[in-house]
Write a new protein. Structure first.
Length: 626
């Protein structure tokens, strides 16, 4: 972007200083100035700056800002200016200044209150834009109301059904947390099922559905949903694949927006809301880590109090692009509730109760802290089934922010984990070239099944779309690697050619193709077709029918969420990249089942592992003063 496009017109004083330094963007400045104009009152410059920083924080994914951590908000752009040289407000006096300002108070002439300042039980002063404060408070209130009562449950019957759906496995000693999650879903109105890739979340979800059908009859109304069409289709396929084993009725998975029924005119207006509730008895939300605060607010508002809600996701993955990380907040908040009642009876049969925290093997027993999580409806699956021990160890080190451990694992010289500079990435280059050539070979033979299988073998993942570490440049590099020494000539100047991997950027509901789906161009007699597959379903679509499509030789890590490949090559951006974080690296690494090639420097990797995304929220704490 041209530097002039980053400067806000008519910005003055401290706003102009922070805008020129790249800390604030033009939108942040304009919103802050507009709020001051609407209030028609003098506002302290530090308060105006705090408003602009709050807008910037929301754009970066936070619901609010901690007034003591303003400097932790990611800058809007890199201008080379040292932010430490700017005139930052005093964090000790700023909360009182904001509370006393016209923007955080009301009057007869101006009843609007655009800002909210709250104090949490851990002493933080959080500043919200009013809309997000109201949404978060409503989410908190609804979840509290739902936790105040429990559905009726006949323990003996629940235990018997759990035994049938989750039989003992002599090869997997220790407590069965999947079974425990089903027990929580049977005895709580709200269940949070958390776990990393390959821990069996959708396997457990299918059995939760089967358990609830067994307990409440075939008339049970179940809704499956996810934040995107692609994620919803994947959820439905995963549940359908288990139907033969556990006799599940057919249930259609849709996006959360379709479940709520969007009204004409766009925006967040839905047919189902607090005055017209959803009719379902059970709603299961997959990929809930990608659900924003606003969308979660609308979903919870539309639930009947007696509708069971099961939220599934990985709290350590990249969160929603929009503001809020509700799933992560619910998992990581303090849990002090004592496990009691019917659920305690069901859990005791699978665990060693009250094992001292820190003394117990997390896979062998259920410690007191975990029992408190379950009392609050949170179950974390731990046993991985997707990838090997070494990839798991690397993912754990990244998730924990332990850069030394991660680099030690990579330095061990194991063939399935490597870190190579871009100019010396010989191992990654060889794997990528073989991947491209295998796709082209199968596509030219017209073997759509083999071409799709080859497509799923590998993926090059980038943090950025543009720049030296971006998708565009790496897609060109990948195609070049794949065509050098290839048995057949690939004319990359043609828009369509056999072996071209595709990424859809628009949804076509009639063709059941979704934004984010991947496919491949294959020869079909004397024409070219685009092949797409999901599970055992395979279809050929004429390229002319595709509404939006790009090549998928490389793709962003955000786009890869919910997918898995045998091998991945992860392009690590420079250490000063605003997108580089441990959540980004963890998400990329856990896409692989067999091997991970990290392309970049040890400095860049360390910087990413040590940088945790700041997503300020009040849901993890209790608010003691508003």
């Amino acid at each position: 972007m041209n530097a002039g496009h980053r400067l806000a017109l008519r910005a003055e004083g401290v706003l102009a200083d922070f805008n020129r330094a790249g800390v604030l963007g033009p939108a942040d400045v304009h919103v802050a100035r507009r709020l001051v104009t609407i209030r028609r009152a003098e506002v302290d410059p530090d308060v105006v700056l705090a408003v602009a920083l709050t807008v910037r924080a929301v754009r970066a994914g936070s619901v609010c800002i901690d007034l003591a951590r303003l400097r932790d908000i990611p800058p809007d752009s890199d201008t080379g200016t040292d932010p430490a040289e700017l005139a930052w407000p005093d964090p000790l006096t700023l909360p009182d200044k904001v509370r006393a300002s016209a923007l955080a108070t009301t009057s007869a002439e101006s009843p609007l209150q655009p800002l909210r300042v709250v104090t949490t039980d851990d002493g933080a002063s959080l500043l919200y834009l009013d809309r997000y404060f109201r949404e978060e408070q409503r989410v908190r209130a609804i979840l509290t109301e739902r936790a105040a009562s429990e559905p009726a449950a006949e323990i003996a019957r629940v235990a018997a059904e759990l035994g049938a759906l989750f039989p003992s496995d002599p090869d997997s000693p220790g407590p069965d947390r999947q079974r425990m999650a089903a027990a929580v879903a049977a005895t709580r109105w709200t269940t949070v099922l958390a776990g990393g890739p390959g821990t069996g979340k959708t396997h457990t979800a299918a059995r939760i559905i089967a358990l609830l059908y067994a307990l409440h009859g075939s008339g049970l109304r179940v809704g499956l949903c996810a934040p995107t069409g692609r994620a919803a289709a994947s959820l439905q396929d995963a549940v359908t694949a288990q139907s033969a084993q556990i006799a599940l009725p057919e249930v259609e998975a849709v996006t959360i927006h379709r479940l709520l029924g969007p009204l004409p005119g766009g925006g967040n207006r839905f047919r189902h809301h607090a005055s017209n509730r959803l009719p379902h008895d059970v709603i299961i939300v997959d990929e809930a880590s990608m659900v924003s605060l606003t969308l979660m607010y609308h979903l919870l508002e539309a639930l009947r109090p007696t509708t069971r809600l099961v939220m599934i996701g990985d709290p350590d993955q990249l969160a929603s692009v929009d503001a809020g990380a509700v799933l992560a907040d619910l998992v990581h908040r303090s849990h002090t509730t004592e496990l009691a009642g019917p659920l305690a009876d069901l859990i005791t049969t699978d665990s060693t109760p009250n094992a001292p925290d820190g003394d117990a093997d997390l896979d062998a027993t259920v410690a007191a802290a975990e029992r408190s999580e379950m009392a609050d409806g949170v179950v974390r699956l731990r046993r991985r089934r997707r990838f090997g021990i070494r990839i798991g160890r690397l993912a754990d080190a990244v998730r924990a922010g332990d850069a030394d451990e991660a680099l030690s694992i990579l330095d061990a010289g194991e063939s399935d984990l490597t870190l190579e500079p871009a100019e010396e990435a010989h191992i990654a280059r060889g794997e990528v070239a073989a991947w491209v050539q295998s796709m082209v070979s199968a596509a030219e033979r017209g073997d759509a099944g083999a071409a799709l299988a080859a497509l799923g073998e590998h993926r090059v993942l980038c943090a950025h779309r543009e720049g030296p570490a971006g998708v565009r440049q790496w897609a060109q590099r990948v195609t070049a690697w794949g065509t050098v020494g290839a048995a057949t000539f690939v004319d990359l100047d043609r828009p369509w050619y056999p072996g071209r991997p595709l990424l859809l950027t628009e949804t076509d509901h009639r063709a059941r193709l979704f934004n984010g789906d991947t496919g491949i161009v294959v020869a079909d007699d004397d024409r070219l077709m685009a092949a797409f597959g999901r599970g055992s379903d395979q279809r050929l679509v004429h390229p002319g029918r595709l509404r939006g499509v790009s090549s998928a030789h490389a793709m962003t890590i955000h786009r890869s969420q919910g997918s898995q490949y045998r091998a991945v090559a992860v392009v690590i951006p420079p250490a000063d990249s605003a997108l580089l974080s441990r959540e980004l690296l963890y998400t990329a690494i856990t896409r692989a089942t067999d091997s991970v090639r990290l392309i970049g420097t040890a400095e860049g990797l360390r910087a990413g592992i040590e940088r945790k995304v700041l997503r300020a929220s009040g849901l993890r704490s209790s608010i003691i003063d508003v």
